[in-house]
Design a protein around this ligand. Structure first.
Ligand code: ADE
Length: 240
């Protein structure tokens, strides 16, 4: 187990967006408790001209502006000692999923580069060997909300943030299935009954019902996940 805090380092033109929602609830409490730390760096402070220019027009023409490689490289150099992988948040990146979240939670931290405008000059992304990550197939106005999302998903996995280890094990994506529907009291709400089995006190039967429900819901709602789950259940041909 890691004995030091998980370190988030964020390069952004809008440092005031942090910690934002991560200052409240579980993430906020664990930040105050020192389970993780947050350091923001304003990319603009690395501009070299008197106008503090950070962007320029795209080579070859086109709309919008591109973050300059020299400015971004200077910002990255400044955090050379910060631990963990370097992530550039972009809709062109590898889609974020729970295995990647787990991998980041196991490292000592992560450095996030948040783009604005049309994006960042690719040369600096490649030269720094950055991992490009997308949080979904839609376009945000910048990488900041994406970084907040990644950090939220990581922080809740850090030891001590969520009380019971149990609460992770059964979660969607940890098992490869969506979670079954949830119910609470009263059992009869407006004449609609919660499933009877859940009030039976029969733990094994309840577990079987939940597994069957998780499989059914995954098959119906997310055929893509269901196919992957089935493949994971099949013995690997190469190992036979
Ligand atoms: N920046 C803009 N849109 C994004 C997305 N979908 N994921 C990550 N970074 C982004």
């Amino acid at each position: 187990m890691k004995d030091s805090a998980w370190q988030a380092t964020i390069l952004t033109l809008f440092p005031e967006m942090f910690p934002g929602p991560l200052g409240t609830s579980l993430a906020g409490k664990s930040l105050k408790d020192g389970i993780w730390t947050l350091k923001t760096l304003d990319i603009r402070q690395f501009a070299s001209d008197k106008h503090r220019t950070v962007d320029d027009t795209p080579l070859g023409g086109g709309v919008g502006m591109v973050l300059k490689p020299d400015v971004v490289a200077a910002a990255l150099d400044h955090v050379a000692d910060a631990p963990g992988p370097r992530i550039y948040l972009t809709p062109r990146g590898r889609p974020l999923d729970q295995p990647l979240v787990r991998e980041l939670a196991q490292s000592d931290g992560t450095v996030f580069l948040c783009g604005r405008y049309e994006g960042v000059d690719q040369r600096v992304v490649d030269a720094a060997g950055m991992m490009e990550v997308s949080i979904g197939d839609y376009i945000l106005s910048g990488g900041e909300m994406a970084a907040l999302t990644v950090i939220d998903a990581v922080v809740r996995l850090l030891p001590g943030v969520i009380g019971k280890e149990e609460s992770h094990r059964e979660e969607s994506f940890e098992t490869g299935l969506l979670e079954p529907s949830l119910y609470t009291h009263p059992r009869d709400w407006n004449g609609i009954q919660a499933p009877e089995i859940l009030a039976s006190g029969h733990h094994r039967k309840i577990a079987e019902w939940r597994q069957a429900e998780a499989e059914r819901e995954t098959r119906e709602r997310r055929p893509d996940l269901w196919q992957r789950y089935l493949q994971g259940q099949m013995p690997d041909k190469d190992e036979q």
